[in-house]
Design a protein around this ligand. Structure first.
Ligand code: OGA
Ligand code: MN
Length: 294
C-alpha cells in the first residue's frame, strides 16, 4: 500500500503527499482517499512522480470524464493527444509575439479552467515534463478561504449574482488578434452563479475567472469593476500558493474553489506541462450551478 500521509501545502489550503506513488492509484482505497483530500483541501501536490501519459490518463479518469476541447477539430483517424501547456511547438520555441505565445500569456491571468464551457472543469491535473531554472511557477489561490474571510459588505454584493463567462474575453485582455481566433468562439456564453457550493461538505467558494466578462443584471462598467474587485480580493498573497516546478511533480486543484495562473519564464527556455482537465458531473454540483442563483 502506498503511503498516503499528508503535510500541509500552505497554512490555509492544500496538502502534499510526499510519499505517495501515483502508479498505485488503482489499488483498493487509494483513489477514494485522494478524492476525499481533494474535496477537503482543494489542492494536492505529489512531488517527483514518474507518471507516464497512460498513468496520467488513468489518474484523471478516476476524477471524472476527461475534457476534450479539440474533439471537433481533429481530423478523422487523428489520435487524441494529452494537451500540453508549452512554449515548444513543432517549429521550435515560440516567438515572443506570436499567437501561441499570446495564448500562453493569457494563462498568466488568474482563472479557473473551462468556465466558458457548457460543462466546466472539476480539476486540472498538471504533470511537469520540462521545467526552467527560474520563473514559470504556477500559482493557486483558494477562493474558499477568501470567501470565508470576505467582508460582509463585499460578500453581500456577490451573493445571488451570476457571472457571464466567455473564452474570447480573457484572450481580448491580451490581444484582439488572439481573441478573434475561431477556437475562442466555439461555445456560447455560459452563466454561472458566483458561488459554488461543494455538495460533499457544503463549503462555499467564489466561482470566477479571467473569462468572466459581465455580472448578469448589472451595467458593464459596474459588473467589470465587481469582477476585478472580487478577483483582487481572492488572490491576495495570504490565500495563495506558488509552485516552483521540478520534473515529475503532479499538481491537482479543485476548479470550483481555486483560481490559478502561470508566471512568466525566460522564453528562450523550454517549459512543458502536461495538462488534463476533468469535467464536472452531477455529483460535483453541476445541476445546482445550472439552476442556482449563487
Ligand atoms: C493550465 C494553466 C498555467 C501554467 O494548465 O490550465 O493555466 O502555469 N497553466 O502553465
Ligand atoms: Mn489554466
Amino acid at each position: 500500500m502506498t503511503d498516503l500521509r499528508t503535510v500541509p501545502l500552505t497554512d490555509r489550503f492544500g496538502v502534499i503527499l510526499p510519499e505517495c506513488d501515483l502508479k498505485d492509484v488503482n489499488r483498493p482505497g487509494v483513489f477514494p482517499r485522494i478524492r476525499a483530500l481533494f474535496e477537503e483541501h482543494s489542492a494536492l501536490l505529489f512531488p517527483g512522480q514518474h507518471l507516464s501519459d497512460e498513468g496520467h490518463l488513468t489518474l484523471a479518469r478516476h476524477f471524472g470524464p476527461i475534457e476534450d476541447r479539440l474533439a471537433d477539430e481533429r481530423k478523422e483517424g487523428e489520435a487524441y493527444k494529452i494537451p500540453q501547456v508549452s512554449n515548444v511547438t513543432e517549429d521550435g520555441l515560440t516567438g515572443e509575439e506570436d499567437l501561441h505565445m499570446l495564448h500562453l500569456k493569457a494563462n498568466f491571468l488568474w482563472h479557473a479552467d473551462s468556465t466558458f464551457m457548457p460543462v466546466p472543469a472539476l480539476a486540472n491535473i498538471l504533470v511537469a515534463r520540462v521545467v526552467t531554472e527560474s520563473g514559470g511557477a504556477t500559482e493557486l489561490a483558494s477562493t474558499r478561504e477568501a470567501l470565508a474571510e470576505m467582508p460582509d459588505v463585499l460578500k453581500a454584493r456577490l451573493r445571488g449574482k451570476r457571472l457571464r463567462h466567455r473564452y474570447a474575453h480573457s484572450r481580448a485582455r491580451i490581444s484582439p488578434a488572439l481573441a478573434a481566433l475561431p477556437m475562442f468562439h466555439k461555445w456560447p456564453d455560459q452563466i454561472w452563479p458566483a458561488i459554488w457550493t461543494n455538495p460533499v461538505n457544503g463549503k462555499e467558494a467564489v466561482y470566477i475567472a479571467s473569462h468572466a466578462c459581465a455580472v448578469e443584471g448589472m451595467g458593464a462598467e459596474e459588473g467589470a469593476a465587481l469582477i476585478d474587485e472580487i478577483t483582487a480580493f481572492c488572490t491576495q498573497p495570504r490565500f495563495t500558493y506558488s509552485h516552483n516546478w521540478r520534473v515529475g511533480d503532479v499538481l491537482i486543484w479543485d476548479q470550483r474553489a481555486v483560481l490559478h495562473r502561470g508566471r512568466p519564464w525566460p522564453m528562450d527556455q523550454p517549459r512543458t506541462l502536461s495538462s488534463l482537465c476533468v469535467s464536472v458531473t452531477e455529483a460535483d454540483g453541476l445541476e445546482a450551478m445550472r439552476s442556482g442563483a449563487g
